[in-house]
Design a protein around this ligand. Sequence first.
Ligand code: SF4
Ligand code: SF4
Length: 406
Amino acid sequence: MEQHRTVTATGGLCAKCGACTVACPVFQVTGREYHGGRGKLHLLARLDPHTASATYAEILSRCLLCGACEAVCPRGLKITDEIARARAQLSRRAGEHNFLRFLTRQALAHPGLAKGLGTLLRLAEKLPAESGLRLRLNLPAADAVTAKAPPTPGPVDPATPLLYFAGCFATHLQPEIALATASLCRKAGQPTPVAARGQGCCGLAAYAAGDLDTAKKLACRNLEAFAGSEAPILVSCASCLSHLTSYPALLADEPEWRDQAIAFVARLREFSTLLLAGLADQTTDRAPQPPASRQRVLYHDPCHLRFRLKITEAPRTLLGRFPQLQLVELPHGPQCCGHGGLFHLAHPTLSAEIRDRLLADFAATGAETVTTTCTGCLLQWQQGLAMTEHPSRVMHLALLLDTLLP
Ligand code: SF4
Ligand code: SF4
C-alpha cells in the first residue's frame, strides 16, 4: 500500500483525485499524466532530483508554474513549490544552471522559434547588464536605448505617499507602461507613484530556472530599494507582483531578511485594485452608449493573478466603468496563454499549442482589443495575433485606460 501513497516533501498527502491534472494547461494539450500536478508529485515522491536523469529534468521543465493545479487541489498542496524546489536541486547537482542550460538549448535548437526568439532577443538587448532576465537569456551587455525614457527613479523618502515597482518590461522595454501608469494615477486622484531607485528584476525568471541563489539576491536588492518607507508600492506587472509576494517564503531561511520581506509584501498594491479605489465611475456622468459603438475588449487573466493572488474581478470592474468599452469573455472561460516565462523558449511547440487553443476561443469573441497586466502574456498575445494576422490589438491595461481618460 505504501508504494501507492504520494507524500510531498513537506508531508502533504495527495488524494489522487486528479483535479490538478484536468486543470493543467500542459496536460490539456499532451494528455500525459506525468505532465499534470499529480503526475509530477508522484515522480517527485519517488525520484531524488540530485541523481535523476535528463528525462526527469525534461518532465520537470514542462511546467509553466501557473498555479492552476494548486488552485483546485482539495488538499492545498503546494505543487509549484515542490517543482521549483526540485529544479533547484537539479541545478545544484550540475554545479551550475543545468535547468537553464536545458531551456536555452531547447530554445536555440528549435527552428520554428526563430522569429519569436529574434523578437524577444531584440527586446532583451535593451535590458541592462544586471537584469535577471538578461542573465537568464545569457545575453551580452548592450547599451540600452528605449523609445521613451521611463520615469526617473527617486530616493525613497518617508514622505512619498506612493512608490512604484515597474519590473524589467516597463522599465527597459516598454516605458510607456510606466508613464501611462503614472498618468492614470494622477487622473484617478492617486499620488504620482515614484519608482524607487535601486530596484531591479523581481527574480521570477531565476526562481523558475531553479537558481534560488540569484532569486534571493534579487529579492534582497528590492527589499533594500524600498526600505526606509511604509508607503504602499504599486506594481503594474501581474507576474512581478505574484513573485514579489513570495519573498517571505523565498527568504524564510534568512532571518535577517524574513521580517522585512513580510512588511514589504503588506505594502504591495495590485494595479487595477489601486486604481479602482480612486477612479470615479465614468459611466455615471455620461449617456449610455449603444453596444455597436463600443470597443469590444477582452480582459486576459494572467495565471499568476488569477490563481495565486485570486484577483479577477477588479480589472473587469475597472474596465466596466468606461462607457466606451464593452467587456467580452471567452466562451469557455479564462485560459492560460502558454507563455510561462522561459517555458515558451524551452517548449515552443507546447507553448504554441496552449496559445492556439486560447486564440481559437478568442476568435469567437469578436474583440478588437485584448488587455492584461502581465508582460509575458502581452508578448504571447502579440506574437500569436501577429502570426495569425489577426487584426486585434494587444495593450497593457494602463495604456488602454490612459487613452480613454481625459
Ligand atoms: S503549475 Fe500549471 S503547468 Fe505546472 S503542473 Fe501545475 S497546472 Fe500544470
Ligand atoms: S488535486 Fe491535489 S490531491 Fe488531487 S491529485 Fe492533484 S495534488 Fe493530489
